[in-house]
Design a protein around this ligand. Structure first.
Ligand SMILES: Nc1ncnc2c1ncn2[C@@H]1O[C@H](COP(=O)(O)OP(=O)(O)OP(=O)(O)O)[C@@H](O)[C@H]1O
Length: 283
């Protein structure tokens, strides 16, 4: 479990970013971390991986204090940042040097992921494209079998077939011990992959629900003509029609449209959250 409790954090000479922020992330789930530019997503991920220290409050990762960055925690967490630099060595050399830090690293799994992404381990990292480097890091990160995998904009730079491979590989790699956090603006890339959505705005968590609860409480409509106003939570123009989010009165689970949902939350989080009143959690 990852537990952020009562976190206060500000960058030097900047205003407070997180004020009394608390968040619990459970194993066995893939979390989508969303938010506009500057909302605090990368900062939150850095707090979880111990790369930033809170001014007060604490973050624990499977019981370890993230900020202490002890080996026991570091071998259980792998973060793929949005921007990275890789040394000018072959994939195999990188793996040889870095895999020793991860006690559950599996070469067999790595080989399978590399094959899926059509990467050969004798290639030099410096000769790979950005998308290929990213695929390599995703493959390596998964093969570490760290219980916490953090991916910042993982599908950025991936072509369309690679995005489907990514979804397939991620979904298959999740087990009941793992926590996967994916931060992204490419919300459509998360469809059918994530279990929970956490939305940040100016350092505050403005939405935090599971996809199961969302599809139970909300419905996504592409033609709102005839829908009574009191059932409508959010509307936008889509190809000349009014699309939007409505209360799921029928109670039939609906398909979650991530883009509509995100737009709705950003425009009017209180109205969307209202639909989740009296929700009973069954963790
Ligand atoms: N190293 C830093 N020093 C000072 N301020 C920073 C630093 N990094 C981020 N910030 C500020 O903290 C706030 C949150 O930034 P952060 O990078 O966490 O947002 P984000 O949600 O990841 O944004 P994006 O979607 O653009 O990547 C922003 O106002 C940003 O200017």
């Amino acid at each position: 479990m990852i537990e952020l409790s009562h976190i206060n954090f500000r960058y030097k000479k900047k205003k407070q970013l997180f004020e009394n922020l608390s968040l619990t992330l459970q194993p066995g789930f893939i979390y989508g971390l969303l938010g506009k530019n500057g909302a605090g997503k990368s900062s939150l991920l850095k707090l979880v991986s111990g790369l930033l220290y809170p001014n007060s409050g604490q973050c624990t990762v499977f019981g370890h204090h993230a900020a202490a960055r002890k080996p026991a925690m570091l071998q259980d967490i792998y973060m793929i940042p949005e921007e990275f630099e890789l040394p000018p060595v072959s994939l195999a050399t990188f793996v040889k040097i870095n895999s020793v830090f991860y006690t559950r690293f599996s070469q067999n799994q790595l080989n399978a992921y590399l094959a899926e992404f059509e990467l050969s381990d004798d290639a030099k990292l410096s000769t790979l494209s950005y998308g290929q480097k990213k695929k390599f890091l995703i493959a390596f990160g998964l093969a570490t079998n760290a219980r916490v995998l953090i991916l910042d904009e993982p599908t950025n730079g991936l072509d369309i077939p690679s995005k489907s491979q990514f979804r397939k590989i991620m979904a298959a790699s999740l087990d009941e011990d793992k926590i996967i956090i994916i931060s992204t603006h490419q919300v459509r890339d998360l469809e059918n992959l994530i279990d929970n959505i956490v939305v940040l705005e100016q350092g505050n968590i403005i939405f935090n629900y599971s996809i199961a609860h969302i599809s139970e409480r909300l419905a996504f409509e592409y033609n709102l003509a005839g829908v009574p106003d009191e059932e409508i939570l959010y509307t936008e123009e889509l190809q000349g029609r009014k699309a939007g989010i409505v209360k799921n009165i029928a109670g039939v689970d609906s398909r979650v449209d991530m883009e509509l949902l995100f737009n709705g939350i950003v425009k009017n989080a209180p109205a969307i959250n209202e639909a989740f009143a009296n929700l009973k959690y069954e963790y």
